[in-house]
Design a protein around this ligand. Sequence first.
Ligand SMILES: [Zn+2]
Length: 487
Amino acid sequence: MKDKIYKYSIAALVFLISFILLRAIFHQPNIEQIRTYNSIILDEVKSIENLSKSIEFKTISHPDYTKFDYKEFQRFLDWLEDEYFLIFEELESKYLGKSLLLKWEGVNNNLNPILLTGHYDVVPVGLNANQTWKENPFHGKVDDEYIWGRGALDDKSGVIAILEAISYLLKNNFSPERTIYFSFGHDEEIGGERGAAKITEYFINENIRLEWTLDEGSFLLENIIPGINKPVAMINVAEKGGLTLKVIGKSLGGHSSMPASKSSVGYLANALVKLEENPMPGKLDGVSLELFNEVSRHMTFKNKVLFANLWLFEPLINSYLSKSPSMNAVLRTTTALTMLSASDRANVLSNEAIGIVNFRLHPRDNVGDVIDHVTKFIDSENIEIHQVGNAKLASNISSWTDKGYLAISDSVKEIYHDVIVVPGLMVGGSDSKHYAKVAKNSYRFNPFLISSNEISGIHGTNERIKKVDFLNGIKTYIRIIENGSDQ
Ligand SMILES: [Zn+2]
């Protein structure tokens, strides 16, 4: 009898292992037919020169609108009209504040228009830029490999690449099936209230519904996902929201010579440690499930065994991915302890100690979920919790099987060939939060290949883009316009 049980157990185990391995063997990338077109021949020198020139304008946005140097913004716009005169001749143009809206009328009025957008305002460069930057951030230096300066990635490269793409198509007598709008915002970095928000208002007043929009977002990234050595183009289909809580520890204040057994700082510290050690629950579902299901097909066999058998290994995978800050942010609402304050004297005990905690909301969580979670873990009568300012929920999730997504993804695959295209989740904000009000689907993606070396330039020092990557981005926008206008 014992012998029989033993035999059956061995047989079951062999069956289970074969099942797991078979699933991994069949966990392969889909074979796709990539459309190929006539090759695109750009005036490369001119395109690079134009990005370089655009960087020279100090179009820095400021949280206080009275502190904008509007002359510089106007100089930039005048230059655009001059340099891209063909576009201004052929397309309708309209200014809302210092933001520009262009309309390329399509031949088929039954189709809803689409929108391609970017922003030409930039963030400041820091106080000691002449010491911390290798090149002057506003000279637009071009060397053998790179174009340097503030905006080279965020987002003058996007704006100029779109304009170069329109110019190219006009010169090649292209005319779109559906109407295409292009907008270039002047205040994205401070929320877009006078740019993208006003353009959205205009769409609402004119009763214009957009089929889909493409705004800045993720890039084609190399070496970002552990175990993947191909570039991954993450087309963001949603953006996370935000919530800030003030956590207050309370105790008797007084002189530090006779402290009570526990101080407001002690209560607060305890509470904050609990929050950091107990993040909001995270899991692979929706966008993140689609992302890893696709990406893992390109991983080593060992990883395929794990990802093809989520039913068994999901807890293991979740804990592995949670260790990477960028992957963790895709899985869950993140918790960041950002500010602290208490007494401002060494010998005074404060009766209140305050900590600020910033949460980035995953589409599956709302404000109540986070507050419930926080209250459950802190659970102390010496702690008060208050919401700071307005919370912003995550955006809706746009379709990754609809025509807009496919137009973008086909274009990326055609230009870059050996890449993985997946839907992603944007962890920062963009002007899309405004345009989403009038769009069926909103996508956030810059079609430029960048590495982890370059990514730190965004809002940081030594912002730069490789010339070859900028040119490939123009080509991708050309295909996005062609594919998007007739699909
Ligand atoms: Zn940006």
